[in-house]
Design a protein around this ligand. Structure first.
Ligand code: ZN
Length: 139
């Protein structure tokens, strides 16, 4: 076996051709080539014995791990109602005062959850079938 030195041919991974090809050693580091020149494209680069694969493989595993952690963000109305049944709820009246998140009982519409205050004395309430605008704090 001949000793590797500056000017001798070595097999190395070419960063431009993207395959392992014959290279000429340009610079040495101890017993190993440090910089090489590709015999095919004449490109000079750091010596790499094989194609670097570890990095791309690691990337793939993190991607698949992310996919499995899909969160459920919205509850179905049935689930919301089950939770609400355990909570206290107020009888709805136009003179009543309510807060966001309050549960109210409305004669024709049934049980609903106060969503937001759209204006002083006006609230949006989510019922099983639809979200409705209701009046409150009416004196
Ligand atoms: Zn090359």
């Amino acid at each position: 076996m001949s000793k590797t030195a500056v000017g001798s041919d070595v097999e190395a991974y070419c960063t431009k051709c993207k395959i392992v090809l014959a290279h000429s050693v340009v610079a040495m580091e101890g017993q190993k080539p440090r910089r090489v020149r590709c015999n095919t494209c004449n490109g000079e680069h750091n010596f790499r014995a094989t194609k670097p694969v570890a990095k791309t493989a690691a990337k793939k595993t993190t991607k698949t791990a992310k996919k499995t952690t899909t969160k459920r963000t919205r509850q179905s109305w049935e689930e919301v109602m089950q939770e609400a049944a355990a909570k206290p709820h107020k009888q709805y009246s136009m003179s009543g005062s309510f807060r966001e998140g309050d549960w109210i009982e409305h004669a024709p519409f049934g049980l609903g959850c106060v969503q937001t205050f759209v204006a002083p004395g006006k609230i949006t309430v989510r019922f099983a079938d639809a979200t409705r605008l209701l009046v409150c704090n009416r004196t």
